[in-house]
Design a protein around this ligand. Structure first.
Ligand code: NAD
Length: 271
């Protein structure tokens, strides 16, 4: 369903500038954060209704060393994962997938762990999940992996261990204090360095090293556009900042580029 709140004339004008940049210089790339998924009912961390203000995130070192932290982690996972697994992509995810299929966007680098870009139709090989995925469980010792639905975490009040080697298991996401896989980060940074257009969506850019990805594009001369509800530290270096809901803005962007509107309004030939 389309987000009800319509874009203001100024927001529309700014989205049209982004469409023009993608049309003239694309394909570009997108860098997304938790804010693109709030319209699917998954809370972000630092937005006004974010989890940050309600729950301390798990730190990797504490997970490794403290059985009580592991117990709390698995209790939260049991409560949260069914919600995440049932979530559906929204207009924002679908718009990015449309832009990929139409050739205006190449890769999406996401900090999200929800798999909604792929569920919306983005080709999995063109989505880089910098912080991993909640849809897999992994063993920290033997690196075995299981799809979440095939892994039985046991009853509430217990902490599962690896059925193969007895090691610690957690979801295949990057916890606070856990390193981002080096080759994923390098791939994202290399792509960012070469991209002509960087679209930054729904992220506070407070998490490093992920936030280095759009920054690398900005430093390398890309056209940078930000779509976010709140200010970000990269706003000053961006060519366009759309302050507003990602779903509405991106749906308009995809309509402009994949419908006939550009051709009709601006006399351009749509690829
Ligand atoms: P963040 O919570 O730090 O920031 C989200 C930003 O999105 C905020 O600035 C907020 O104002 C904005 N926002 C919220 N809803 C929006 C909307 N509808 N349209 C436009 N902007 C909107 O998120 P982050 O920068 O991605 O960092 C949080 C970390 O937490 C990431 O590492 C991510 O892995 C993880 N996380 C992931 C999910 C998910 O997978 N859906 C959810 C929560 C947290």
């Amino acid at each position: 369903m389309r987000e009800e709140r319509p874009l203001t004339p100024e927001q529309r004008r700014l989205v049209e500038v982004i469409a023009d940049a993608l049309y003239q210089r694309g394909p570009g790339m997108a860098f997304t954060g938790a804010g693109i998924s709030t319209e699917s009912g998954i809370p972000d961390y630092r937005g006004p209704n974010g989890l940050w203000s309600r729950q301390n995130p798990t730190h990797f070192r504490d997970f490794l060393t403290d059985p009580a932290v592991r117990l709390r982690y698995w209790e939260r996972r049991r409560a949260r994962y069914p919600v995440l697994a049932a979530a559906e992509p929204n207009d924002g995810h679908r718009a990015l997938a449309r832009l990929q299929v139409a050739g205006y966007l190449d890769v999406i680098v996401t900090q999200n762990i929800d798999g909604l870009h792929q569920k919306a139709g983005s080709p999995p090989e063109r989505v880089i999940e910098l912080h991993g995925t909640a849809h897999l469980i992994r063993c920290l010792s033997c690196e075995a992996r299981w799809p979440a639905e095939a892994f039985d975490p046991g009853p509430p009040g217990t902490v599962p261990d690896c059925p193969l080697c007895g090691g610690l298991v957690k979801e295949a996401t990057v916890a606070f204090g856990e390193p981002v896989p080096r080759e994923l980060l390098e791939r994202a940074l290399t792509l960012a360095e070469a991209t002509p257009v960087m679209l930054v969506i729904g992220t506070s850019l407070a998490v490093v090293p992920a936030a280095h990805v759009p920054r690398r594009a900005a430093r390398s001369g890309a056209f940078v556009a930000i779509v976010n509800d709140e200010p970000t530290p990269l706003d000053r270096e961006a060519h366009v900042v759309v302050r507003g809901r990602a779903g509405t803005a991106l749906a308009y962007l995809a309509d402009l580029l994949t419908g006939d509107r550009l051709k009709a309004d601006q006399g351009l030939t749509v690829r």
